[in-house]
Design a protein around this ligand. Structure first.
Ligand SMILES: CC(C)(COP(=O)(O)OP(=O)(O)OC[C@H]1O[C@@H](n2cnc3c(N)ncnc32)[C@H](O)[C@@H]1OP(=O)(O)O)[C@@H](O)C(=O)NCCC(=O)NCCS
Length: 158
């Protein structure tokens, strides 16, 4: 399995992503793809009709996608993160690897940090974000929980 960027305009990648969304269970449909919002976001990125300011990665498992993560508003100082792991691949630290990919990208591209919101009941995701160094800031105006990760500052020279 390799983590790589999703190729906009690539019909093979789009088919892999449609299958990924189709395999989602209750948790992912409720917490990640409510109202098919993130499927439409992915499709607009793949079709070149939106999402220009976003970067998308997949965990490519050959004939299927094991996990998906994106940074939206990636041109800003603090992009927004979305993540989902395939049902068969959950609980094996793939979520951590996908988030580390986003954190490395932010460090390499001079970003200040990453924001995200998640449902109050999404305890599994909240555990993951805390394990990845995110701080729970409180409630977002949407009613979801707001998390923030700040790119570590270099230590000042003595
Ligand atoms: C949330 C999600 C991305 C986690 O991915 P994952 O690959 O299963 O997570 P990991 O295996 O990397 O686990 C990382 C940490 O999450 C927590 N975690 C994982 N599985 C858990 C579970 N069943 N219950 C509680 N916490 C859990 C643990 O803290 C774990 O670290 P540890 O095993 O060292 O203790 C995945 O469950 C998912 O796709 N959920 C549905 C979509 C979703 O909710 N997306 C987020 C929307 S905001």
């Amino acid at each position: 399995m390799i983590i790589r960027t999703l190729h906009a305009g690539d019909a093979g990648d789009k088919a892999l992503m449609e299958a990924f969304f189709n395999q989602m269970g209750f948790e992912a449909r409720a917490f990640f793809n409510h109202g098919d919002w993130n499927r439409r976001f992915m499709e607009s990125y793949m079709d070149g009709t939106g999402g220009e300011q976003s970067v998308h990665w997949i965990a490519d498992d050959g004939d299927k996608v094991a996990g998906y993560v994106f940074l939206d508003q990636a041109a800003t100082g603090v992009p927004w993160l979305g993540i989902a792991v395939a049902e068969y691949a959950k609980g094996r630290h793939l979520g951590r690897q996908l988030i580390a990919t986003c954190q490395d990208w932010c460090k390499a591209h001079g970003r200040g940090g990453i924001m995200l919101i998640t449902h109050q009941a999404n305890v599994r995701a909240q555990m993951l974000y805390s394990a990845c160094g995110f701080t729970r800031l409180g409630n977002h105006s949407s009613g979801e929980v707001l998390f923030y990760w700040r790119v570590p500052m270099p230590m000042p020279r003595a």
